[in-house]
Design a protein around this ligand. Structure first.
Ligand code: UTP
Length: 301
């Protein structure tokens, strides 16, 4: 029987170079979408999916993440004294709902390496991995969709999304095992996966996005991996190694994903989430409508 998913790993030790200079002294996970840092969207998704043990892989300069999920005694008593109960509840909610632990990745040696450093805190049980950059608006939450599939197939499940052919080279891309039969809508067994293939070499347009359910046998597979030409250990390569010894599944997520790890994706997410906020949607929409989008850069409303 498939085990319960109790823990979620958040690799957050990357350097965030695409957002420099913003990320020189501030982790990219703390960039704000409306009024919440990006990483909090992922943590809330984990909680809403029934996973409340949060394990964040951090590195140099990431202290703000720890402060964010810590109890802020002075701030709480300040808000309490002034009767600001709504804000008080908002900041208390997330820290009360989770058990959070941190593990340090000494050097950013890749996503696979980041997962490997979590091994001791994960132990011998299945677990989730959430890449906070991918913010997914979905109901049920994206991680819950994966967990439901995991309970049925009892093996690793990766979230995938169909992407345009010209974008496949930015992702890990999977090859579907056609012999596996019907596993349910959007669920497939895979026969291969390739990290960042050229468009002409891509085995499909099903790209791996930032949610995974993994089993503990991923750790020996990652340990067996050598660094690639960029000096990193890729999670995709570890999964490819694991695929030799057990079936791996993918699940197309039903929801809207934004990759906030690049500037355009971040801007799209910002507009998307602002328009979903009851307190902001109307005035923000009115403002957007005043913009002369055809006139291009530099034009004023
Ligand atoms: P990315 O490659 O998208 O993030 O890694 P990055 O390296 O921080 O950003 P750029 O490319 O320089 O702008 C995907 C996820 O894996 C984590 C990152 O923090 C991000 O959440 N990661 C990556 C690690 O935790 N450790 C690593 O060594 C590499």
């Amino acid at each position: 029987m498939a085990g319960t998913i109790r823990k979620a790993v958040f690799p957050a030790a990357g350097l965030g170079t695409r957002f420099l200079p913003a990320t020189k002294a501030q982790p990219k996970e703390m960039l704000v979408l409306v009024d919440k840092p990006v990483i909090q969207y992922g943590v809330e998704e984990a909680v809403q999916s029934g996973v409340d043990n949060i394990l964040i892989v951090t590195g140099r300069g990431k202290n703000a993440i720890e402060d964010h999920f810590d109890v802020a005694v002075e701030l709480e008593s300040y808000l309490e004294q002034r009767g600001k109960t709504e804000q008080l509840e908002e900041i208390r909610k997330i820290t009360r709902l989770i058990n959070v632990a941190y593990v340090r990745q000494g050097e950013p040696l890749g996503l696979g390496h980041a997962v490997l450093v979590a091994q001791n805190l994960i132990g011998d049980e299945p677990f989730a991995v959430i890449l906070g950059d991918d913010v997914i608006d979905a109901n049920p939450p994206a991680l819950k969709q994966l967990i439901d599939v995991y309970q049925r197939v009892d093996g690793p499940v990766l979230a995938v999304e169909r992407v345009p052919a010209e974008d496949v080279s930015s992702y890990g891309v999977v090859k579907i095992d056609e012999s596996a039969g019907n596993l349910g809508r959007g669920v497939y067994r895979i026969s291969d996966l390739v990290e960042k293939p050229r468009r002409e070499d891509a085995p499909s347009n099903l790209a791996i996005i930032g949610r995974y359910i993994l089993t503990p046998d991923i750790f020996p597979s990652l340990s067996a991996m050598a660094s690639d030409q960029t000096g990193e250990i890729q999670l995709t390569n570890g999964l490819r190694h694991l695929l030799r010894s057990r079936p791996i599944y993918v699940c197309e997520i039903d929801g809207v994903r934004h990759d906030t790890g690049n500037k355009l994706g971040f801007l799209k997410a910002l507009v998307y989430f602002a328009l979903r906020r009851p307190d902001l949607a109307e005035p923000f929409r009115r403002y957007l409508e005043t913009l002369d989008l055809k006139a291009g850069a530099g034009s004023r409303p």
